[in-house]
Design a protein around this ligand. Structure first.
Ligand code: FE2
Ligand code: FE2
Length: 160
């Protein structure tokens, strides 16, 4: 990203980069938890749960890549030591289910983390709106997918 392109960002660049890096850390933690649960899940019809978890894990790692690219375009560098990901994130590590066939717990872990992600990207969208068009487009794209993730897992809960 060139000088002029950086100039037109109507936000404090350092602060924006640090906001995006926190979201980047969240994405790695979510990716790790979803990927891990997809490998470990057991029980009747586990293949379906595995497929859902793998689908959202794939999205999160794409989000991490998109955020890393944007951070670098803005002149920053994303967190480069895995041990710092949990420290640098907005939210604590989502964790994984204690009982491998406890779908209710899996759904709770996922929907809680997705709700947190929705808040993070909603805030970032408001912050960048009219100030940094490219980051705004990116966070809206990610926000839309996080909304889809929450919905997908909410729909797994039996409606009474
Ligand atoms: Fe994500
Ligand atoms: Fe997500």
């Amino acid at each position: 990203m060139g000088k002029k392109a950086r100039e037109i960002v109507g936000l404090d660049l350092k602060e924006l980069i640090s906001d995006l890096d926190r979201a980047y850390c969240d994405e790695w933690l979510a990716y790790y938890a979803w990927w891990y649960m997809a490998r470990a899940v057991e029980g009747q019809g586990y293949e379906d749960m595995q497929e859902f978890l793998d689908k959202i894990a794939k999205d999160e790692i794409e989000h991490a890549a998109e955020l890393a690219e944007r951070i670098i375009e803005l002149g920053g560098l994303p967190t480069n030591v895995p041990g710092n990901l949990a420290k640098g994130a907005n939210a604590p590590y989502p964790g994984v289910m204690r009982n491998l066939s406890d779908y209710k717990e899996i759904i709770k872990i996922v929907t809680t983390a997705e709700a947190g992600a929705i808040e993070v990207y909603n805030k970032l969208a408001k912050k960048t709106f009219g100030k940094d068009h490219d980051t705004y487009n990116l966070v809206c794209h990610i926000l839309g997918e996080e909304i889809g993730h929450e919905e997908m897992f909410e729909n797994l809960v039996e409606k009474k």
